[in-house]
Ligand binder design. Structure first.
Ligand SMILES: [Zn+2]
Length: 361
């Protein structure tokens, strides 16, 4: 069975994606071909676009779709099943083999490769480790952002930090990842939940996901504000939160998150923690003295420490019961042909929440 896909390809030496018709190879024993409904457009893909490359690249790493073909050793999904595509393997320990990175032969004789999966295409081929059976009632368009944005933000709160009821939380950057973190903090019973951003409209949007206090880091000193909103209970305390999530990954946001985590009391209780969630794109100079004296912790969180098979049903459930409304989270839809516009809008900060490619447009 031959499947032709329209694929967004980034040739070497350019930052402009081209839509190219490619015949997908037959699936190998552990591969799955998916006709896609929708795909997320993620910040980390912009980082890939700006990187120097010697070969063509295929991008996108979260989507929804329906299985069109499977390899002989694929058993957890069948042709006709709705699925979610993600970049995190489902059960890497059980696979006993390296996952297959998707690579395509292009009509001009060159190749284009993905880091693991590609979803900016009408059809994709992926290792079965990245194909998750869609939980019941997964919305075919909205579900496309669960495989990266939602799991990254929500998982950082649920799994990496294991935030408890009554703990204080601040979140830097209220895009798709940050809003998912805020919703997860509300679900955990955190209080207060402080949203930090430089855009008032985006901050206002964060209220709908559970933010109880808003700090504009462009018009105020974010660290001072967060500390003022979360005072300690002793006269010498400077204040600060139990958990400061940096969903941006810039030097300034990471520094602010560390300084906004509360200090501990020696021999009594440890300080708070800064959790870096956004993929860092620049080096950051941190005050190790501040970390030691305050007995603070600095933690990294990748993909929210999530396990797709067990976490995706939980996250779809949050959408269905209204505690994380994906309808509110997705604020822009583009056709595949408009992928360059989507990337430009994301880069220039014009996307509140998350943008998706809708392959039905
Ligand atoms: Zn992503």
């Amino acid at each position: 069975m031959s499947v032709t896909s329209r694929v967004a390809v980034l040739p070497p030496g350019t930052r402009t994606l081209e839509i190219i018709e490619v015949e997908l190879p037959d699936p190998g024993p552990y591969q799955v071909i998916v006709r896609q409904y929708a795909s997320g457009v993620c910040h980390s893909q912009l980082h890939q676009i700006h990187r120097d490359r010697t070969e063509g690249v295929i991008l996108g790493h979260e989507s929804t779709g329906v299985v069109e073909a499977i390899g002989s050793s694929v058993h957890h999904v069948a042709v006709g099943d709705d699925v979610l595509v993600t970049w995190v393997p489902r059960e890497p320990q059980a696979a006993f083999r390296p996952t297959v990175r998707a690579t395509l032969n292009l009509p001009d004789g060159t190749t284009a490769a993905s880091q693991n999966v590609f979803t900016w295409a009408t059809h994709t081929i992926a290792d079965e480790q990245y194909i998750v059976k869609a939980p019941e009632d997964t919305p075919r368009d909205l579900g496309s952002i669960i495989g990266c944005a939602v799991m990254t933000g929500a998982g950082a709160v649920m799994h990496t930090a294991e935030v408890k009821a009554g703990q204080s939380v601040a979140v830097w950057g209220v895009g798709g990842v940050g809003l998912s973190a805020i919703a997860a903090a509300r679900n955990a019973g955190a209080s207060p939940i402080i949203a930090v951003d430089i855009d008032d409209a985006k901050l206002e949007m964060a209220r709908g996901f559970g933010a109880t206090l808003l700090v504009n880091a462009a018009t105020s000193d974010a660290v001072k504000e967060v500390r003022r909103l979360t005072p300690g209970d002793r006269p010498a305390d400077v204040g600060g939160v139990d958990w400061a999530f940096d969903c941006i990954g810039k030097s300034i946001s990471t520094k602010q998150a560390i300084s906004s985590a509360k200090s501990g009391h020696v021999a009594e209780s440890p300080g708070g923690a800064a959790v870096i969630v956004g993929i860092p794109t620049e080096p950051v100079e941190i005050s190790s003295v501040e970390i030691v004296i305050g007995e603070k912790r600095l933690i990294g969180s990748l993909a929210g420490s999530c396990s797709p098979d067990t976490d995706f049903p939980v996250l779809v459930g949050w959408h269905l019961d209204g505690t994380l409304d994906l309808d509110q989270l997705i604020t822009a839809r583009y056709a595949l042909d408009d992928i360059n516009q989507a990337c430009e809008d994301l880069e220039s900060g014009r996307i509140a929440g998350r943008a998706i490619l809708d392959f039905t447009l």
